[in-house]
Design a protein around this ligand. Structure first.
Ligand code: AMP
Length: 280
């Protein structure tokens, strides 16, 4: 596996892969890799001969009071995992490489970037869209893979690719969970044993709510009860529990079409997100 830290070397390495006739897949990550990330790598290998995984903790997607400096960084272990799972190129740029002094351009997404998580994390999705677009331009991959764990992010990236005519195929991948249902996340390592028990209740609460919606219960009641249950379980603040159209992400009540139940809540200083499919 090649470990590359500059965009020029990345371009060169990918050009060589292409000369060999290989299709290129990109898996963007912020590192502290777990089985959720590895599932993206494995799926990438089914679609392309050459998999590029990037590791970059992107400062522009963190708010001033968020955990940028505390975000887990485990580069050595990450490199070992990427190599073991057959990644061809690990791209690990520095902040200066991605944002040279004087960088002032950002992608701005209207509407949806200010809803759901965007309503509570102003600027977050603009930061995500900007870094992902930069990675697309640097790597020019045939396909790129993103997890449904960050369902709104996946939706926004598809939108950006469509709006800016970026020639890359976006593939979404299912959420990988712990045995108890907790969605895997790099930040989970910071949960205490007690907090882990509370965290699991997010999956349980969403699963029950999804069942009730499927049985035809009034969505306003189901969502309100879910919020109360999360608080009762030990979450200290619930940002939202919402039902949205699975394809357009517009708000729906008692969905007739495939819908998605999405939630975000705080456990101590940690913000957990999760979502589930609701088929009616
Ligand atoms: P992150 O490193 O958290 O920015 O995530 C990098 C990519 O992995 C994103 O596309 C995430 O949606 C995806 N991802 C993170 N956690 C999971 C999970 N539990 N299951 C599936 N994909 C995930």
């Amino acid at each position: 596996m090649q470990i590359i830290r500059t965009k020029n070397e990345l371009k060169e390495a990918i050009r060589s892969e292409r000369k060999l006739g290989k299709k290129v897949a990109l898996v963007p990550t912020m590192g502290a890799l777990h089985q959720g990330h590895i599932s993206l790598v494995n799926l990438a290998k089914q679609h392309a001969e050459s998999v590029v995984a990037s590791i970059f903790v992107n400062p522009t997607q963190f708010g001033p009071n968020e955990d940028f400096s505390k975000y887990p960084r485990t580069e050595k272990e990450d490199i070992g995992k990427l190599e073991a799972f057959g990644v061809a190129i690990a791209y690990i740029p520095t902040i200066e490489e991605m944002y040279p002094e004087g960088s002032i351009t950002q992608i701005h997404i209207d509407k949806i970037s200010e809803e759901l998580c965007g309503a509570f994390r102003p600027g977050h999705f603009n930061g995500v869209a900007t870094i992902v677009t930069k990675l697309f331009i640097q790597a020019l991959p045939d396909i790129a893979l993103f997890g449904e764990k960050d369902y709104q992010q996946l939706y926004i990236i598809r939108q950006v690719v469509r709006d800016l005519d970026i020639p890359v195929n976006i593939i979404g991948a299912p959420i990988i969970r712990e045995k108890d249902g907790l969605a895997m996340s790099s930040r989970n390592r910071y949960l205490s044993e007690q907090e882990q028990k509370v965290a699991v209740s997010m999956y349980k609460t969403l699963s029950n709510a999804a069942k009730e919606l499927q049985q035809g219960k009034e969505s306003d009641d189901v969502l309100l009860t879910a919020k109360e249950l999360l608080l009762h379980a030990g979450f200290i603040k619930v940002d939202y529990v919402e039902l949205r159209d699975a394809t357009t992400l517009s708000p729906v009540k008692n969905a007739m079409k495939p819908a998605r139940l999405l939630a975000a809540a705080y456990l101590g200083t940690m913000r957990l997100i999760d979502n589930l499919e609701v088929t009616i």
